[in-house]
Design a protein around this ligand. Structure first.
Ligand code: DGY
Length: 321
């Protein structure tokens, strides 16, 4: 039996590539260089499907340029803002993602960002590593305690709820905004706000967990930052473009906000350079799902979707159904 032909844009974990090589005629990316648009179209030649990641911009023009043979694009990610789903659907190409499996890893990073931002970890680590730490001081390097603070979650979906659960263990009071209020069992005691203005006003720490959509892009901007309590903290594990960088940088530089913890950036890896000079910005290079367990699970979930598709079954995570 001939195996489906796949173009894989990035190097994947070894166990995932072993399964890929066993079940597919797969063109792998051994040196892991992110392919250009042209290289993706070229790599897709005579392939039945693509296995892509968040670093590949699969927009309408690229989708139109794909060969007729391509019938599915499986993304190794839960987010799919890098893929024009409508354009894929219009060409009859299925698209799948990898939800659920990165929820816990991403929630852990959200807590790390909260703690790192609240305890001024960037400047504290810099002080220690540069040999400037002279002694323990009663008034030195003071941060904010999370215990008893209000955590505002924008987007109480899977990752938002996992973050809320962990924040509850830290003694935080959880508030949230979604377009629709959740059932009480999903809320698990979180306090609902029916607009973001009310949520922002109630957030000592604001954690972003919504998808990047036309409605949420730059939703954290000068006007909405002004609603946050003075000395609030902004945490972002969702997508960089939910935040207006200039506005956040201004608020951090002026001290209007105490700190930010950011794992995702507009135009990453080329983040706004001003972040790098801010001692109150605790920054990570998009590590949300970066655990061995989760990256394997993401790969296996993407492969389960491909297996279903090529066996004629509806893939569990179809976005174009
Ligand atoms: C995703 O899967 O969308 C994440 O951003 C990758 O960590």
């Amino acid at each position: 039996m001939t195996r489906p032909r796949l173009y894989v844009t990035r190097k994947l974990p070894p166990d995932v590539e072993t399964r890929l090589a066993r079940d597919y005629d797969a063109a792998l990316n051994a040196d892991d260089a992110p392919p250009s648009r042209e290289a993706i179209v070229d790599g897709a030649r005579e392939k039945d499907g693509l296995l892509v990641t968040v670093t590949d911009r699969i927009d309408a023009a690229l989708i139109r340029a794909l060969p007729e043979t391509v019938k599915i694009i499986a993304t190794f990610s839960v987010g799919y803002d890098h893929i024009d789903i409508a354009a894929a659907k219009a060409r009859g190409i299925a698209v799948t993602n990898t939800p659920d499996v990165l929820t816990d890893a991403t929630a852990e990073i959200a807590l790390l960002l909260m703690l790192g931002a609240a305890r001024q970890a960037t400047s504290a680590i810099a002080t220690l590593r540069s040999g400037q730490w002279k002694n323990w001081a009663p008034t030195g390097m003071l941060g904010m305690e999370l215990t008893g603070k209000r955590l505002g979650i924008l987007g109480l979906g899977r990752i938002g709820r996992a973050t809320a659960k962990r924040a509850g263990a830290f003694g935080m009071e959880v508030h949230y905004h979604n377009r629709r209020r959740l059932d009480p069992d999903m809320e698990a005691g979180a306090i609902y706000h029916d607009d973001i203005e009310s949520l922002f006003r109630a957030s000592d720490v604001l954690s972003l967990h919504c998808a990047s959509t036309p409605e949420t892009r730059r939703i954290v901007n000068r006007e909405t930052i002004a609603l946050l309590p003075k000395d609030a903290i902004v945490v972002n594990t969702a997508r960089g473009d939910i935040v207006d960088d200039e506005a956040l940088i201004e608020a951090l530089a002026s001290g209007r906000l105490a700190a930010a913890g950011l794992d995702v950036f507009t135009n990453e890896p080329n983040l706004h350079p001003a972040y790098l000079g801010l001692p109150n910005a605790f920054l990570l290079p998009h590590l949300g799902s970066a655990t061995r367990e989760t990256r394997n699970a993401m790969g296996f979930r993407a492969l389960d979707n491909l297996d279903d598709f090529f066996a004629g079954r509806p893939p569990r995570d179809a976005l174009t159904a």
